[in-house]
Design a protein around this ligand. Structure first.
Ligand code: GRF
Length: 202
């Protein structure tokens, strides 16, 4: 399967997805990395790995118009799936519906807990024993689509948000390529996917 990765910054999940795709057994291929910021550090890494890149600033454009530019870039690349990896833009309903069931996101919490930002501090403040990350399908509501898979990460005594974030990130880098690989492989069987979504077992 051909995938396009959308980023806005560091791109460490993007890197994990690219490196995982080098295994011969990997069922997906990264055909494009696109960004709303030409300065996104991940673009440089993608270029060095010989992956096509695209960027277009959102400044001065309506949300719909910017999304349409990104959509066309993805279509031109031949990608069949969009994988959001730290793409810090809320997407228009029109864009989301064009990619229904073909767009995944990773979020650094055990959804449905802690949608939005500052997930680590919120988990620590709440006295949670575990934090983690979730891969989910993207629906119009922020961080709200069906969860495909999660990894729990224990919160340690004395953790702060930065320390917790760096351990959750290690889990993200494993969860995202694994889940994407399973998703694109079994996608032909919607009943199987629905069952995995119900059990969060992908
Ligand atoms: C990750 O924590 C991811 O869960 C969230 O944004 C961050 C992106 O980091 N959606 P990176 O750009 O992949 O390093």
């Amino acid at each position: 399967a051909k995938i396009a990765i959308l980023i806005s910054g560091r791109g460490s999940n993007m890197a994990a997805l690219i490196y995982a795709a080098k295994a011969e057994s990997c069922p997906y291929e990264v055909v494009l990395v696109a960004s709303n910021a030409a300065s996104a550090r991940g673009l440089e890494l993608a270029e060095a790995e010989d992956i096509a890149t695209f960027s277009h600033p959102h400044k001065g454009l309506s949300r719909e118009d910017h999304d349409e530019i990104m959509h066309q870039a993805v279509i031109n690349s031949g990608a069949e799936y969009i994988v959001l990896a730290g793409y810090m833009r809320i997407l228009s309903d029109a864009f989301v519906s064009k990619w229904q069931d073909r767009m995944l996101n990773i979020h650094p919490s055990l959804l449905p807990k802690y949608k939005g930002l500052d997930t680590y501090a919120r988990a620590i403040e709440a006295g949670d024993k575990v934090a983690g990350c979730s891969v989910h399908l993207v629906t119009p509501e922020l961080d709200d689509g069906p969860v495909l898979a999660q990894t729990e990460v224990a919160i340690l005594p004395g953790d702060n948000a930065d320390r917790l974030a760096s351990r959750v990130l290690i889990a993200e880098h494993q969860l995202y390529p694994n889940t994407l690989a399973k998703y694109v492989t079994r996608e032909a069987d919607p009943d199987w996917i629905l069952e995995q979504v119900r059990r969060r077992a992908l």
